[in-house]
Write a protein that binds this ligand. Structure first.
Ligand code: SF4
Ligand code: ZN
Length: 304
């Protein structure tokens, strides 16, 4: 198999792009394709200050690397979730710090245990909510809040095509309209204090981001979060990979089809959502007090 660009020995065959590339040509292709995606969805402008949410994993560190290579002004945010199993949160923090040093960029660290009074595993017991639900809510809260407080104009996350289509499949199977309306590679800022959110890797598969990470020698945390074991999203990814194997490009067509047509059936839902500011912390919410403040209150009442 030969590289389509230079004729050298190809290391990857991108079936959905009908493109084989060698190591030397894959890295610039990956960086260029990210920039094309950024432009297509008008994700980031020159002059934007971009907060990159990093978990220490391959996708978020690769994203930070690419945005840095493209010359955007970036800084990172690591949220320490207090997940002790096999030192998961500590190891992830260490990888994130190492990478920030490597590219010479600032990394902001938020420690959930210190901020809220309990880490994510304890919050699961206190709130009696599914662990990923309370974790997701906490991460979204801090990402938005830190972006506001530190003057970022855009918040970037490393979600890839596999993340997006597995989430889409789950939401379509359950016809979860509230979540479907919020699924997009770019969510605009809102006056009530929601920062613009972008996913520049939304067209790359997990394998493609992994290959970029390996070829760039990025040291990332290889273990998965212990709470992800048995998650529906992983089962959905597996099914979608089987579909992709039979029909190359099906994931991309599923995703693009949704993005191109969602306005047809989600219009009324969009108009129905109205945000206000939390009476306690001032952050945007649909209720009088936001879910994060309610959770923190609950922790205080249990711990005191
Ligand atoms: Fe949080 Fe782990 Fe669930 Fe991801 S898998 S949302 S990191 S608890
Ligand atoms: Zn609040």
């Amino acid at each position: 198999m030969k590289c389509r660009k230079c004729g050298g020995k190809a290391v990857v065959n991108l079936r959905e792009h009908r493109l084989s590339l060698c190591k030397g040509c894959y890295i610039p292709w990956f960086v260029d394709y990210t920039e094309k995606t950024i432009k297509k969805f008008r994700m980031i402008d020159r002059g934007d200050r971009v907060l990159v949410a990093v978990s220490g994993g391959k996708d978020s560190l690769a994203l930070w690397d690419v945005l840095n290579e493209l010359g955007y002004e970036t800084f990172g945010l690591y949220i320490h979730l207090g997940i002790d199993y096999d030192g998961y949160s500590d190891v992830s923090l260490q990888k994130s710090k190492q990478f920030a040093e490597r590219i010479g960029r600032e990394l902001v660290i938020v420690d959930v245990e210190k901020e809220v009074g309990a880490g994510i595993p304890e919050l699961r017991g206190i709130t009696r909510r599914p662990v990923c639900s309370v974790c997701g809510m906490t991460k979204r809260y801090y990402m938005n809040r830190i972006a506001m407080e530190l003057g970022a104009s855009v918040l970037a996350t490393g979600h890839n095509l596999d993340d997006e289509v597995s989430q889409l499949l789950g939401n379509v199977l359950n016809w979860n309209m509230d979540y479907l309306i919020q699924q997009s590679p770019v969510l605009p800022a809102k006056e009530e204090g929601l920062k613009k959110k972008v996913k520049p890797f939304c067209y790359f598969t997990e394998k493609q981001t992994l290959l970029y990470t390996l070829l760039r020698n990025i040291d990332y945390v290889e273990m998965e979060c212990p709470f992800s074991v048995g998650a529906t999203s992983i089962f959905n990814k597996d099914i979608l990979n089987q579909l992709e194997h039979r029909s190359p490009g099906i994931k991309r067509r599923f995703y693009d089809g949704f993005l191109n047509n969602k306005h047809l059936f989600l219009k009324d839902v969009v108009n129905a959502i109205s945000l206000k500011n939390c009476s306690n912390c001032g952050m945007p919410t649909v209720n009088e007090v936001c879910s994060f403040c309610k959770t923190r209150e609950r922790v205080r009442s249990v711990v005191q």
